[in-house]
Design a protein around this ligand. Structure first.
Ligand code: AMP
Ligand code: MG
Length: 642
């Protein structure tokens, strides 16, 4: 394996740019493009995968970088290059990570190769570039270390996280705790970074053409995931996915009638054409009266004459005079001159023609609903992006609107991979299992309102996989696969996935659902987002809900987080800190009325039966250790979700 396939490149562009007046350095114009694009162009050919670490202007970076992932710091608050390194190591799908700053556009073409050679030869943890440079005020050049031009083992992540947790932020000091190989480079210029606008201009004018008009496409990662790093945090993977996904084109909407709008995503705001309610009306069954007629403080009560009845849909045309009132039903229009309604049950005495009101029974203005109180004509009744539920259909109907614009359905292709899989209905050969994932995935996608494209079972065969992926890419906005992404899986599965696009193979700090592939597949002019879910049936469900669901919703132009609640666990649960665990549970109401939860027996990630018994998932947070019986735990209800 060549050194290239072992290395992920990381461009550090996450600084504040303080010395340049807080500009975002990577985005500075430079020779027809930007600094970060120049660095990308130099770095991409040297490594298998590239990512950019940036903290500001993420959409702009994403736009410039194309399919290259843009990773914000995991730590908040611009904590410096080590924070960038942390997210880089968390992301890193290969054995080694090469960092370069975004403001050194002339970095050497043989940087990766030479650092790698030294790392291997010296069995070091990290290889750093060194050049000879005269110190300030001196003329003899001295060796100068360039700590941000570093090639590091991805397995250093736990050590770096411990170091950061101790409050330390200095890069060079961290390197002192490691085995470092120093590599002498001749071209000192290549390592000089740009700190001022003047330096940028000076460099701009030097005659080295290097105009980049589009970002250099990065090569693909086909290398193995490092075995001993802790893995990517669930939340971080979710953020990385969210940073890349964009909603479907707004033109991708269709008009449907209200019956067809359930569970669809609204593509345009619903503006109310009328006031709701359209006229002042009564909130109660009772008597509509003039507030002036209510008993004065000195009176115990007053008796009013009832001169008519107002029904909903049949207003009363009479106008009560002083001492008169009108019997009124809920929703009926307020008769002229009336401003208050005495609820029937508060009347002290009633006959067909008279009603008596005690002092203080109601205040003037009571129980009157004003025109436009719920919604004013011209205001937004429902905002675009809303997933339409039954009450939303009702609200739209209440405005007299019969048709709405909704997003076209997201087209999602899915297939299962594995030589061992047989479709239900087929004979089960020796050593084979029935393909269950395709049915679970079908159900989850359908529940999400997607147009599903079932591409069947694909054998663990490069040509079959390649053909199916290309076909999926042509037909679908997104592709969900299961199986073939774990470390034990046939290597070519990953190779094929990677050869068709820009994919990351993550090892996640979670259980179940450790491996996940995510990225964009391309075939000619077609592209689709791919979620390579693990093969284990329970892991499929969990990773679909955590990673694919929010991304598919975002593509539909809608955001919907998963609601969780707290429940008391009825049993002790063993748990290792350092990964998020999702266990199948049954939630119920305890004798004291509070929610309680127990697990559904064996939690192996292949045991689908315990998933069907479960009505919730117990979420045990990343940092959390074992929980004792009676502790409160976070619970994700499944009702309505699957
Ligand atoms: P893989 O990631 O392909 O190694 O699969 C992990 C485990 O999940 C293996 O035991 C597979 O047999 C099983 N598996 C993979 N795909 C499916 C499927 N579609 N239905 C049921 N089990 C599956
Ligand atoms: Mg498999």
């Amino acid at each position: 394996m060549s050194f290239k396939s072992k290395i992920t490149g990381l461009i550090l562009a996450g600084g504040r740019g303080t010395r340049m007046g807080s500009v975002d350095k990577g985005l500075q114009p430079f020779r027809g493009s930007t600094l970060v694009q120049h660095v990308l162009q130099r770095l991409a050919p040297q490594v298998s995968t590239v990512a950019i670490n940036a903290n500001r202007n993420l959409p702009r970076y994403q736009l410039l970088a194309g399919s290259v992932p843009v990773l914000p710091d995991w730590l908040d608050g611009f904590e410096g290059p080590l924070a960038g390194l942390q997210i880089g190591l968390q992301f890193c799908p290969t054995e080694l990570l090469l960092t370069v700053p975004c403001d050194s556009p002339l970095l050497p073409d043989d940087l990766a190769e030479r650092l790698h050679a030294a790392l291997v030869a010296q069995d070091a943890d990290v290889a750093l570039a060194v050049t000879m440079r005269p110190r300030d005020g001196e003329s003899t050049p001295q060796p100068q270390l360039h700590p941000v031009f570093a090639l590091l083992k991805a397995s250093l992540l736990p050590q770096l996280e411990d170091y950061l947790a101790s409050g330390e932020r200095r890069m060079e000091r961290w390197y002192k705790t490691l085995r470092v190989a120093e590599v002498r480079f001749e071209q000192d210029d290549a390592f000089s970074n740009i700190n001022t606008v003047e330096e940028l201009q000076a460099l701009e004018q030097q005659a080295t053409p290097g105009i980049v008009t589009s970002p250099a496409p990065a090569a693909h990662s086909t290398a193995a995931v490092p075995g001993d790093s802790a893995g990517l945090h669930v939340e971080q993977a979710q953020r990385l996915i969210a940073a890349q996904i964009t909603p479907l084109d707004a033109s991708a909407s269709v008009t449907v009638n209200l019956h067809g709008a359930l569970d669809r995503v609204l593509a345009a705001d619903i503006i109310s054409p009328i006031n709701v309610p359209a006229y002042d009306n009564s909130a109660m069954d009772g008597y509509a009266l003039r507030g002036d007629d209510l008993p004065a403080p000195a009176d115990a009560c007053v008796t009013l004459e009832v001169i008519g009845i107002a029904y909903a849909g049949r207003p009363c045309a009479l106008t009560p005079q002083a001492g008169q009132c009108i019997r009124i039903m809920t929703g009926a229009a307020m008769p002229a001159g009336c401003d208050s309604v005495l609820p029937q049950e508060l009347a002290s005495a009633i006959s067909d023609t008279q009603v008596t009101i005690a002092h203080g029974a109601i205040t003037p203005g009571a129980n009157r609903r004003f025109a436009g109180e719920d919604l004013r004509a011209g205001s937004v009744a429902l905002a675009r992006g809303k997933l339409l539920r039954p009450a939303d259909l009702g609200l739209i109907a209440s405005l007299g609107i019969a048709e709405v614009r909704v997003q076209r359905k997201l087209r999602v292709a899915f297939f299962s991979t594995g030589d061992e899989l047989r479709a239900p209905g087929q004979a089960l050969d020796q050593g084979c299992i029935y393909d269950s994932n395709r049915y679970t995935v079908f159900g989850m996608l359908t529940r999400l309102g997607c147009e599903v494209i079932d591409l069947g079972i694909v054998r663990d065969d490069p040509a079959a996989l390649d053909a199916t992926l290309r076909s999926a890419c042509q037909q679908a906005d997104a592709i969900i696969t299961s199986g073939g992404v774990s470390e034990g899986a046939a290597d070519y599965t990953r190779d094929i996935l990677a050869s068709l696009g820009q994919l990351s193979f993550w090892k996640l700090a979670m259980r179940p659902g450790r491996p996940l592939a995510f990225g964009q597949i391309r075939d000619g002019r077609d592209s689709a987002w791919l979620f390579g879910l693990p093969g284990n049936p329970v892991a499929v469900v969990i990773s679909f809900y955590l990673f694919a669901r929010p991304a598919l919703l975002a593509m539909m132009g809608c955001s919907a987080s998963l609601p969780t609640l707290q429940a008391r666990t009825q049993m002790a649960i063993r748990k290792r800190p350092g990964r998020t665990e999702y266990q199948r549970g049954i939630i119920s109401r305890a004798a004291d009325g509070q929610p309680q939860v127990r697990l559904t027996g064996a939690q192996g990630s292949g045991i689908l039966r315990s998933m069907t018994e479960a009505n919730c998932i117990v979420v045990l947070a990343h940092e959390q250790g074992s929980v004792a019986e009676g502790d409160m735990v976070e619970v994700l209800p499944l009702e309505g979700l699957i």
